[in-house]
Write a protein that binds this ligand. Structure first.
Ligand SMILES: [Fe+2]
Length: 299
């Protein structure tokens, strides 16, 4: 486990240092959980984690960039639950989504009317593979995401999850040139969003894979094809095809599960999907989502 921590901050993600990569890769795969169940931590009170509960969550995040807590909070809609879980894991700075409530924690539920209903998260439709905040500028990079379930849907609404470091490993093992192409600063561009002739959000170009000041890998990706511009050169197109292929093919590293009331997912913004869902009067899906600029356990 120490190897994971030590080599991360080193040269594991530099293409010219194959030895550092191989060392980190071996440690990563050796410690990676075999099942989603290994990522679940039972917590007594999510508002006040015990030292052992907190340590268990951090340890899983170190191995797989994600952890699931299961609590007896049930369908308690108190937003202090996700907020305090985040704070206890070192997550302080929320990314203000302009559709979120004022406190920066978005209630994801099916919107009947209004602006929210135009955005897929506020519908019951499925969402393809992505990381959160891929349209954000670099200074607002979303490094951690917390999803807290108040209520599940009657059916569906599952998440598939893939640690982005595993996606990196699989691509680099296939061909290091795929990684090189996806680290280019102009690999993926989100065109400006224009409403009524006004620029609501400027165009955002950036890499898919980047390494932050702490030596940690970040991934920026969406499988959606609409309003997305991929660099048109052969290397980027080949890398994109390889990435799409590995996401479309099941693997032991992809986890799939549904959050039940009182449960939550904490992650360093790993790749994820959402399956379509159907609500009923008793089970109207409500997930609180919080996005942060810090990584889990950063301080
Ligand atoms: Fe998401």
């Amino acid at each position: 486990m120490n190897l994971l921590a030590e080599t991360r901050a080193g040269a594991a993600f530099a293409l010219e240092d194959a030895a550092a990569y191989q060392e980190w890769r071996a440690a990563k795969l050796a410690h990676f959980p075999g099942t989603l169940a290994e990522l679940v931590v039972e917590v007594r009170d999510p508002r006040a984690l015990s030292a052992a509960e907190k340590q268990a969550l951090l340890e899983r995040c170190m191995r797989a960039n994600m952890a699931v807590y299961a609590s007896a909070a049930g369908d308690d809609p108190d937003k202090e639950i996700p907020r305090r879980i985040g704070l206890q894991l070192g997550l302080r700075e929320l990314d203000p989504n302009y559709l979120a409530d004022d406190d920066g924690i978005s209630p994801l539920t099916v919107a009947e009317h209004g602006t929210r209903g135009e955005f897929i998260p506020y519908t019951n439709r499925g969402i393809k593979w992505h990381t959160d905040g891929y349209y954000n500028p670099g200074e607002r990079t979303v490094r951690a995401v917390l999803l807290h379930c108040v209520q599940r849907a009657e059916s569906g609404g599952e998440n598939e999850l893939l640690d982005h470091e595993i996606a990196y490993i699989r691509l680099r093992d296939l061909n290091p040139q795929h990684v090189r192409a996806l680290m280019a600063p102009d690999a993926l561009t989100i065109p400006a969003r224009i409403e009524d002739g006004r620029i609501e959000r400027p165009a955002q170009s950036g890499p898919v894979f980047s390494v932050d000041a702490g030596g940690f890998l970040h991934m920026r990706y969406t499988a959606r094809a609409l309003s997305i511009q991929w660099k048109q050169d052969a290397a980027t197109q080949a890398a994109l095809a390889a990435l799409e292929d590995l996401l479309a093919t099941g693997s032991p590293w992809v986890f799939r599960g549904r959050l039940e009331p009182g449960m939550g997912l904490v992650s360093n913004n790993v790749l994820h999907t959402r399956t379509p869902f159907a609500d009923s009067p008793a089970h109207r899906r409500l997930i609180y989502r919080a996005r942060y600029y810090q990584r889990i356990g950063a301080g």
